[in-house]
Every structure is written in C-alpha cells, then in structure tokens.
Design a protein around this ligand. Structure first.
Ligand code: NAP
Length: 294
C-alpha cells in the first residue's frame, strides 16, 4: 500500500547529488505530493526536468518555496544565508525548513535570523553520499540503511517528527543530537579522513614526475581508496572545513600526537606497539562491517 504523503509540497533548494537523490527517493516512496526544485544554473534546472525527478523548477528561490510545506536546502553551506534571505518572505507561515549540510552548528546561525516566526527550523544531515556531484549523480536508494542525523535544538516536536518520518520513509535510520555534538563526531568520522585523503593525494601529486607515474600504476596498494575520497566536491569540502573549524582543529591536534607516537614506535622498532594498534583498528573495521556501514 502506498504511503500517505508526509508533505504536500517539498521544495528542494539545490538539485545536485543529494537534492536529486531526495527528490527521487521521496517520489519513489510516495512521501510527498509534489517536488519543486531550484538550482542556480539553467543547465541544472533543465537537467532536473529532463530526468523527471521534479514536478517543476523555478529560477527564483522565492517562487520555489511559495506554497511549500517543507523546504530543504541541498546546496553548499556558503549559499544558505543569501538563499534564505531571498526565499523567506515567500514561506508559508507554518512551513518547515530543513537542510542536508555536513556541518550543523553554522546552520542555525545562517538560517534562523532570516526566517519568520512560526516557521520551524529542523537542521539535518544524511550520513550518505558518494564523491559524485550534480543532478545526474543522484539515486533513490542512496539513503537506504544509512543514518540521518537531526539537530533540532529546540524546534517543535511535531516538525521534528515529520522530518524524521521523511528520512525513515527514504530508508534511513534517524538519530537526534545537538548540533555541537554532531560537529564533534563528524570531525573525526568524516572531516579528518577527508583532510588526510586530500593531503596524501596532494603530497603524491607534488612528487617529481617519475615517482608520480609509479603512484598511479601501483595505486591499488592503498592510494586508490584515498583518491576516491579526495575526488569529493571542492566547494562542499571548503565549506565544511571553514564552518567546523574548531572541532576539526582540535581533532587534527589529537591526530598529530598519535602520529608522532607511531613515528616513535617505528623509529625505536617497538613492534608490540604497532601490532597492538593494528589489532585494535582491525576490530573497529569489523564492527563497521557488522553494523552494515561498510
Ligand atoms: P552538488 O552535487 O554539487 O549540488 C549542489 C547543488 O546546489 C547544485 O544543484 C547547485 O546548482 C546548487 N547550488 C550551489 N550554489 C547555489 C546557490 N548559490 N544558489 C542556488 N543553488 C546553488 O552537491 P551535493 O553533494 O548534493 O551537496 C549538497 C549539500 O549536501 C552540501 O551542503 C553538503 O555538505 C551536503 N552533503 C553532501 C554529501 C555528499 O557526500 N555529497 C553527503 C551529505 C551531505 P548548480 O548545479 O546550478 O550549480
């Protein structure tokens, strides 16, 4: 039996990898009556219509949110404030505004001052995605079996429940936490790994030409996995590091200390220390696989 729609109209601001996946998943599961989209470029708007995952596109963000029950921002974080300022006057008085941004502390700061009283703000973040970008890169199954974190920080329960139902309807498991806690957890599970990947691939690219060719040839030795992560969208990741500066800097400090300890263990040939660490980390990988997050 088809689901009752959770929202009559869902407006998606940003129709790239994540926005187009939400559109596809929400329609596939009958979670919304209609999807209206806005993206910056005519090319993306035309592609969204041609691929058929939206009912309508609008070049003006205010026209896109007009009449929408839920507005979901799916653009890079740096675009939020200007977009909210542009669409806020057209919001329904009881609309719910949510988002998918990878950092959460900054969202309330950039959106809340723009929104009229009565509009609920329920920031969110699906822990799902690939290194691909753009409307062609989305797919309806992206969120299945993945976590969606909501950081309502005082938003009305009814609004939080409806946004949670949307994510559950798309196949996700929902967790609720404070924005501050989210940003600390994601600094270690996502932001630092991306920073390390960008660094390793950057270091390899700086090596002299002959070695660089060898790096590509023998990349299956480990480097290959880092190149996939380091292919992630530059705008999105610039925004992540600038908006989660404190938590990321703190985790880099911890990481540097652990790296120095490892450096000492290698220098002094402390094989037991290396073996003990690698045994612990192998168990963590097995835990990730067991939790079906591999
Ligand atoms: P994406 O594929 O590059 O899509 C971004 C979309 O935002 C495009 O449709 C783009 O329009 C639009 N956009 C950019 N600037 C805009 C502006 N100023 N005004 C209006 N539209 C604008 O990016 P994505 O991977 O979907 O990421 C979107 C958000 O999801 C980010 O905040 C990111 O932190 C979050 N997120 C990403 C992942 C992931 O793995 N990719 C996972 C979880 C959360 P044009 O195409 O016309 O430029």
């Amino acid at each position: 039996m088809a689901n009752e729609p959770i929202f009559g109209t869902l407006a998606l601001i940003g129709l790239g990898h994540i926005g187009s996946s939400v559109a596809r998943a929400a329609r596939k599961h009958g979670l919304v009556g209609q999807v209206v989209g806005h993206a910056r470029s005519a090319r993306t708007r035309d592609t969204a219509m041609a691929l058929g995952f939206v009912d309508r596109v609008e070049a003006d963000p205010a026209a896109a949110v007009d009449g929408a029950d839920c507005v979901m921002l799916c653009t890079p974080l740096s675009a939020y404030e200007d977009l909210a300022r542009a669409f806020a006057p057209a919001l329904k008085p009881d609309a719910i505004v949510t988002d998918v941004g990878s950092v959460k502390g900054c969202v309330r700061q950039s959106l809340a001052p723009q929104l009229p009283a009565g509009v609920a703000l329920v920031p969110g973040h699906p822990i799902a995605g690939t290194e691909q970008s753009g409307p062609e890169a989305g797919f309806a199954e992206l969120f299945e079996g993945r976590w969606a974190i909501l950081t309502p920080d005082g938003a009305p329960n009814a609004a939080v429940d409806r946004v949670a139902s949307l994510w559950r309807g798309m196949g996700s498991m929902v967790e609720i936490m404070s924005a501050e806690h989210h940003d600390k957890v994601l600094a270690i599970t996502s932001h630092l790994p991306h920073l390390i990947a960008y660094t390793i691939v950057g270091t390899a690219a700086d090596l002299e030409d002959h070695t660089r060719a060898e790096v590509i040839r023998f990349s299956a030795a480990g480097f290959r996995d880092f190149t996939r992560i380091a292919a992630s969208d530059p705008t999105m990741w610039r925004d992540v590091f600038l908006n989660n500066k404190e938590a990321v800097l703190e985790i880099i400090q911890r990481f540097n200390e652990d790296l120095t300890a490892l450096q000492r263990a290698i220098r002094w040939e402390e094989g037991d220390k290396l073996h003990e660490l690698f045994t612990r980390t192998r168990a963590i990988r097995r835990g990730v696989v067991k939790a079906k997050q591999a």
